[in-house]
Structures are given as C-alpha cells and as structure tokens.
Write a protein of this length. Structure first.
Length: 174
C-alpha cells in the first residue's frame, strides 16, 4: 500500500507499522490467526519495521443497565508512533512522512514536528471510516484512502516470504 500512495518522484525509505498482538477471543476465534499471518508477511518485507504495543483489559459499565464487562484496550501504539516520528524528524530520516491514521492523539507530535522542522512535510492518510479533522487541519497534505487502494493492497492468495515460507491469505480477506 505504501508504494501506491507515493508520487513518482518520491522514494520509500521505510515503512513502520504499529500495532498490538490480539489474543484469542471466543466470539472471533480466528482473528488472532489472521493478524499473525498479516504480521508475519509484513515483517518479511524489505525496509518494513513492526512495532508492538500491548493490550490491557479494562472494565466497562453500561450506564443504562449497570452490567459490566471486560474490554481490551490497545496501549502504547500511539506513543510508539509519536516517538518514532519525532526521532525520525530529529535524525532527518525523511522529507515527507505519511501518517496512516485517524487517531487525533497524534496531533501533538505532528504539530511539534512541523513547528520544529518547518521544511518537513507530513501527509495524513486517512483510512476508511477513521478520519480526524484535527490531523487533517494540522498536516501539510491529506489523502483519503479509497477502498480501491485497500483492495489492491491485499496479500496475494499465497505470499512467499524471502525464506520460502508460504503464507495463505485468510478467506475472510478475499
């Protein structure tokens, strides 16, 4: 996907992907396997680095009925993104950074980078249904990621890693 959003004159230096590994859940028993397949493929790509946060479970209470349940909450992902962006700006590792996110918590590092390094550009790439007006207003550019780009960026039916290992695209992703 990274290559698909670049202009012909731009070179991709690195792709950094931030996530947390999900655990088995009875209501979606294969979700963690699908994620593991994707992450295994991503980690095998050249110049791609995967950074991991983690999940904490928090108790949520329904204001209407008073029932409570446990809900996993991703932690450290936005912090890891902010640290990497700031470090890359400081080390002059990019001229243009593409931030694929709709998380307005990332407004502060975007604002700081553009203030401290006025020649840098940050293009916010908004995934489907994850738009942030705050990020869009701060960024030097904005791309609304279309369904066609996502569809054309899926893993092939069989992805062969550099070591020869074959990964099969999960059926739900077709």
């Amino acid at each position: 996907m990274s290559q698909k959003i670049l202009k012909p004159t731009q070179n991709l230096v690195a792709t950094k992907y931030f996530t947390a590994r999900i655990s088995y859940t009875p209501n979606n028993p294969d979700k963690h396997k699908r994620q593991a397949t994707f992450l295994d493929a991503a980690e095998s790509l050249p110049d791609t680095h995967v950074f991991y946060g983690h999940y904490l479970t928090k108790e949520v209470r329904c204001h209407r009925c008073g029932n409570t349940w446990l809900l996993p909450e991703e932690k450290m992902t936005d912090v890891n993104i902010a640290i990497e962006m700031l470090q890359d700006a400081f080390e002059d590792s990019f001229d243009v950074a593409f931030l694929v996110s709709g998380d307005s918590d990332l407004a502060a590092p975007v604002k700081t980078i553009l203030r401290r390094y006025p020649k840098k550009r940050i293009i916010v790439v908004s995934p489907l249904n994850r738009k942030s007006q705050k990020l869009k207003s701060l960024a030097t550019g904005y791309i609304n990621l279309g369904e066609d780009v996502l569809r054309n960026s899926l893993l092939p039916d069989v992805y062969v890693k550099p070591d020869g290992t074959e990964l099969k695209r999960p059926g739900k992703w077709k």
